[in-house]
Ligand binder design. Structure first.
Ligand SMILES: Cc1ncc(COP(=O)(O)O)c(C=O)c1O
Length: 412
């Protein structure tokens, strides 16, 4: 059997180099901590990009997975899958929506959403349905989802893009009103209520409500891509719940099954009944292992009151960051909600990822100049304190090196 946690002595690049990887491999984890193959220990400020909701090797998730693996990993969507029914019922209860399509990833959940939007349009006699999408949004890397994504970097080289997307700036209701007035083909709006890859850009609640109002008036679908921000990370199961309305379609994935690949497109309202038998499918989607993992993850989030913890710990981190570095020259903004936090700097700061790693901490930098923190929801104040004790000096030293003069003065 291959040793799972050893790198080959001279690694041949047989894995396609689609990622810029750090020269380190993780071997195992416990709670908010990870160890690499050399035995070095790291505090997890990233949770596998918002995936490891419960941290690592959670003592209730591990036996739940073991139990399911011993029974059935995969059956087939040719048969009834009772765990799918259970998970769908749970997701509907938590979301306020009515039905679920299961898949395996975020882009697949969005792909289902986009197909629902187009089908919804066709069912209403719109031959070329269009979907409003946001600047700086990220929805995935399939051809349709990268076309919906608001990043030239993601799209470049993959043209021709899938057509039928109209792009507007986030938090600009007037731009949506203009499109509503002039484009009769629009059938849906797709929005990440908090943009993750785009730099932790938070939609204002009045904006979301205004958008929903336009959707109601125009009979458009409201699609809330909660792949990164959903499943408890902001203190509610879903971000739209902060705004107090129901969308029609909610693609989710990442944190739903505590690290086991899963995706779900949760629907209700106008999206109900749009997909008919034969319209969509996925071999692995909703397999018993993923469903058992998701059910256990949701139970544990509830039992351990991890959404409250996300608010408490997230507020603490943001407050402390604001107090300790918020006034420094070179720090543009500290923002986010719950355990989804961004620190925007005036300078490209990708080097901080390796520097944090060298100091035993996993963080991320997105859009070149935004430090992104997405710790597991089990991250407590104690771990937050450790994170701040490493991150704050790192940011100060970085700003000093950029020659931001007040930074040096204030760090004294
Ligand atoms: C908001 C959002 N949507 C969709 C995706 C795509 O998810 P996946 O990488 O699982 O395909 C991501 C991934 O980062 C995301 O953040």
């Amino acid at each position: 059997m291959n040793a799972p946690d050893k790198l080959p002595a001279s690694p041949e690049p047989h894995v396609m180099s689609t990622y810029g990887r750090l020269p380190m491999a993780l071997a195992y984890g416990r709670g908010c901590w990870l160890w690499d193959t050399e035995g070095r220990k790291y505090l997890d400020g990233l949770a596998g990009i918002a995936v490891n909701t419960l941290g690592h090797a959670h003592p209730k998730l591990v036996p739940a997975l073991r139990d399911q693996i011993g029974k059935l990993i995969h059956s087939s969507n040719y048969y009834l899958v009772p765990l799918q029914e259970q998970l769908a019922a749970r997701l509907c209860e938590l979301s306020g929506l009515t039905n679920v399509f299961f898949c395996n990833s975020g882009l697949e959940a969005n792909e289902a959403a986009l197909k629902i939007a187009r089908k919804y349009g066709h069912d209403r006699g719109v031959a070329e349905p269009a979907i409003i999408v946001m600047e700086k949004a990220f929805h995935g890397r399939s051809l349709a989802t990268l076309s919906a994504t608001g990043s030239r970097k993601v799209q470049a080289g993959f043209e021709p893009l899938v057509s039928g997307f109209v792009r507007v700036p986030l938090n600009d209701l007037e731009a949506v009103r203009q499109v509503a007035e002039h484009n009769k083909n629009v059938v849906a709006v797709l929005i990440e209520p908090i943009q993750g890859e785009g730099g932790i850009n938070v939609s204002r609640l009045e904006y979301l409500r205004g958008l929903k109002e336009i959707c109601e008036r125009k009979e458009w679908l409201f699609i809330s891509d909660e792949v990164q921000c959903g499943v408890g990370r902001t203190g509610k199961w879903f971000v739209y719940q902060h705004a107090g309305f129901l969308p029609d379609v909610v693609p989710i994935a990442k944190g739903l099954a505590g690290g086991v690949p899963v995706g779900a497109c949760v629907i209700g309202g106008r999206a109900k009944g749009v997909f008919k038998p034969g319209n969509h499918g996925s071999t692995f989607g909703g397999n018993p292992l993923a469903c058992a993992a998701a059910l256990a993850t949701l139970d544990i989030i509830e039992e351990e009151r991890l959404m409250d913890n996300a608010v408490r710990t997230g507020d603490y981190i943001r407050t402390e960051l604001t107090r300790q570095i918020g006034g420094l020259k070179g720090v543009r903004q500290i923002r986010g909600q719950g355990l989804m936090i961004g620190i925007e700097l005036d300078y490209p700061c990708g080097e901080l990822v390796q520097q944090a790693l060298d100091r035993g901490m996993l963080i991320n930098v997105t859009v070149d100049n935004v430090i992104r923190l997405l710790p597991p929801l089990v991250f407590r104040i104690e771990e937050a304190g450790l994170l701040l004790a490493t991150l704050v000096p790192l940011v100060r030293q970085f700003l000093d090196r950029q020659g931001a003069p007040q930074a040096a003065a204030q760090s004294a």
